[in-house]
Every structure is written in C-alpha cells, then in structure tokens.
Design a protein around this ligand. Structure first.
Ligand SMILES: NC(=O)c1ccc[n+]([C@@H]2O[C@H](COP(=O)([O-])OP(=O)(O)OC[C@H]3O[C@@H](n4cnc5c(N)ncnc54)[C@H](OP(=O)(O)O)[C@@H]3O)[C@@H](O)[C@H]2O)c1
Length: 240
C-alpha cells in the first residue's frame, strides 16, 4: 500500500503557509510523495526549511497560480522532473481586503479586485485542472481537491467580500463541470475547510490549519468507490 501511495505524486498549490502547508504535511505523513507549489524561488527556500523543521519530505516547486499563460509549460516541466501528478490540490487563493472588511459592499467593489481575485482563485485552478486532468484520465487514476469556502455557497449566499464569494462559487462550478467530464477513477471534489487561523482567516478563527486540512486530505486519498463532483465540509456533503 505504501509503495502504491509513493507512486501517486501529489501537487498542493500555495503550500508554503496556512492550510496548504498542512495539507502537504499530512499527505506526506500518509506516505504520499508531495510537491508544494510556491509562488517564487525565495518562497521555495523558506518552504524547504519549514518542511524540514516539520520533519516531512516535501519538495517545493515554483508555480505562480496567477500566471495562467506560463503554467502549462511549468506544469509539464514539473511532471517531467518529478513524475506524473495523480493528486492535485488547488489550495492557493487570495482574499483582497476590501474597504469595509467582511461587510464590504458589492457596490464598492473595484474591477481590479474582481479581476485579480478571478485570476488567482478561478483561472489558476481552471488551468491546473485543464493541464493535469487529461493525463490522469489517460492513466486511469486521479484525485482533484478544490479548496472552496462556504462563502461560495449559493444556497446561503449573502453579501460581504463579493469578489471572493464569486470566485469560490465559480470554483464550485468548475468542480462540477470537470467532474462530469472525468470518467473512471478520476475524482474531482470541492471542500470547505471551515474558519481557520491563518493569515487569511485571522487570529480569531476557530480551527487550526491542521483541522482545516483534514477534509482535503481525506478527499485526496478517496478510494475508487468514493464520491466525485461533490462539495464537502468535515468529510460530509454540503449544499452548493
Ligand atoms: N482561512 C480560512 O478561514 C479559510 C476559509 C475558507 C476557505 N479558505 C480557503 O483555503 C485555502 C487556503 O487558505 P489559507 O487560509 O491557508 O490562506 P493564506 O494563509 O492566505 O495562504 C494562501 C496561500 O496561497 C498562496 N498563493 C496566493 N496566491 C498565489 C499565487 N499566485 N501563486 C502561488 N501561491 C499563491 C500563498 O502564497 P504566498 O505566501 O506567496 O502569498 C499562500 O501560500 C484558500 O483557497 C482559501 O480561500 C480559507
């Protein structure tokens, strides 16, 4: 079992800190070969030190999720160097602190905020999936986990952080669409980590990054009988 897990290389985007760092650590501790996507060479150096300090074997790879045009060739290089990616965790995201904070109004949202948020939170995962999932389909195995948020849930949609909400709803849609097109043992799901104490979640959040990582780590290792095209919180399906 450990050997077959080793053959499944995982890529976690935005893994130099926060929930992504924890997802990478937990997958590595589960015996999976893990690549930590980081934005720059500098981040790769500090991430390497942080993973060593956490006593996990995780290799940082430079992958700027906001560089849609450059990513396909960067991902091809990563697969050439490290092997085919069987598990993709789209974790990297931004939440631009708009005036008004959590009460920020849609009517005050700037085009720049919406465009920047869309580029990182939607276009980025769309490109990683479009680039990597065909290989998973060809090889007959793949797990994709899109880190979404209850902020993107249409069933309880409200105001506040409009650009971020729109981006997570769109990521949920991408999850459904890609899952509908991925046959066989390729499973594509989204999850909400809950409110987590990270730079994004802030110091008052109720969960540790390790707790916030748990559902994603479970989805990344689903058996062939597991679900696809779902949205999960605490390992249970939730409304879109
Ligand atoms: N924290 C919460 O309460 C919460 C709640 C719901 C959902 N989420 C979701 O959980 C995920 C992780 O959030 P978090 O709280 O861990 O956030 P975080 O602490 O702000 O960390 C975000 C990570 O994404 C990376 N990133 C951002 N833009 C990138 C880019 N262009 N290329 C590569 N990496 C990039 C950051 O790298 P840099 O260090 O280079 O900036 C960082 O590693 C996100 O998808 C977020 O939306 C979080």
């Amino acid at each position: 079992m450990a050997d077959s897990k080793r053959m499944k290389t995982a890529l976690v985007t935005g893994a130099n800190r926060g929930i992504g760092f924890e997802i990478a650590c937990q997958l590595a501790r589960a015996g999976i070969k893990v690549l930590a996507g980081v934005r720059t060479n500098e981040r790769a150096l500090t991430a390497r030190e942080a993973f060593a300090k956490a006593s996990v074997a995780v290799d940082p790879v430079v992958l700027d999720i906001a560089d849609a045009a450059g990513m396909p060739s960067v991902l091809a290089d990563i697969e050439r160097l490290h092997g085919a990616i069987g598990i993709l965790v789209n974790n990297a995201a931004i939440l631009i602190d708009e005036p008004g904070g959590f009460d920020a109004s849609f009517f005050d949202m700037t085009d720049e905020t919406l465009q920047r948020t869309w580029t990182t939170n939607v276009l980025g995962p769309a490109v990683t999936m479009r680039t990597l999932v065909p290989g998973m389909i060809e090889r007959g195995y793949g797990r994709v986990v899109n880190i979404s948020s209850i902020a993107g849930q249409l069933s309880s949609m409200s105001s506040g952080f409009p650009a971020y909400r729109v981006s997570k709803t769109a990521l949920n849609a991408l999850t459904r669409i890609a899952a509908a097109e991925a046959p066989g043992d390729v499973k594509i799901n989204a999850c909400s980590p809950g409110w987590v104490r990270t730079d994004m979640g802030g110091p008052c959040a109720e969960r540790t990054p390790a707790q916030g990582a748990e559902t994603a780590v479970w989805l990344a290792q689903l058996p062939a009988s597991g679900p696809t095209g779902g949205f999960f919180h605490d390992k249970k399906p939730i409304d879109w």
